[in-house]
Design a protein around this ligand. Structure first.
Ligand code: SF4
Ligand code: SF4
Length: 222
């Protein structure tokens, strides 16, 4: 990868944003088609299709690969939404998620007052494939029994794509995937956007984000 281009330039000129968008949208589309077919065959209803409830699902801890955050960051830059106030909200949300690791942490930074996702077409695969067959009101009830529909593509496509796009970007190996909490990954992309030294920057901060996830998994296993 060219030495003096910024992260944003490499992402936009190298077609990385398009690649990342294409993969994530495809995973969401194929997962949702499979879920719809399963619901049709097994005679149940996907509650999300008609959900008018408060979007409790948009208040939970959300993880993402760095490549999934790239289209989000590109959109925020394009729409002139990358402000100090937004970065602070992302930083605060990331800290909350990294402290608890799972569960409800309050409304997502990207959820607007009308309960709409303001990055909907660019949302990560975890968001786009989260479908439930239990009644919508259970989603907001602490301890409510929620029946989520499995999205098996999540086990294979996103990890493989993370490796491929890290190579496209010329990112440094960090001994693990570039993976973390969604707000952390978006913030890292925004902070790297105008930096020519993004490889070193992302290696340092990407490793810290991934290590935090590993610590949380370790804690949950103990
Ligand atoms: S997960 Fe629950 S709250 Fe979210 S859209 Fe589906 S039914 Fe509605
Ligand atoms: S990114 Fe969008 S879909 Fe995902 S939790 Fe946030 S508001 Fe909801």
């Amino acid at each position: 990868m060219p030495g003096r281009l910024t992260f944003g330039e490499v992402v936009e000129r190298g077609g990385v944003r398009d690649h990342a968008s294409r993969v994530t949208r495809d995973v969401i589309r194929r997962s949702n088609e499979a879920a719809a077919e399963d619901a049709r065959v097994h005679l149940y209803v996907l509650s999300c299709d008609t959900c008018a409830a408060t979007k409790a699902c948009c208040g939970y801890v959300v993880t993402a690969y760095l490549y999934e955050a790239i289209p989000v960051a590109a959109r925020l830059v394009r729409e002139r939404r990358d402000t100090p106030a937004l970065r602070k909200r992302l930083r605060d949300a990331a800290a909350r998620m990294e402290a608890v690791g799972a569960g409800h942490v309050g409304p997502c930074v990207f959820l607007d007052a009308a309960e709409r996702c303001t990055i909907h077409d660019d949302r990560p695969a975890v968001c786009g494939t989260h479908l439930v067959s239990s009644p919508a009101e259970r989603c907001a009830r602490p301890g409510g029994e929620v029946t989520a529909i499995a999205a098996p593509l999540l086990e294979t496509v996103p990890p493989a794509t993370a490796v491929a796009i890290a190579e496209e970007l010329g990112l440094a190996p960090i001994g693990t995937q570039y993976f973390g909490m969604l707000p952390r990954m978006v913030l890292l992309c925004l902070e790297a956007w105008a930096r020519p030294d993004y490889v070193r920057f992302l290696a340092t901060h990407g490793r810290a984000a991934a290590e935090r996830i590993a610590q949380l998994l370790e804690r949950d296993r103990a």
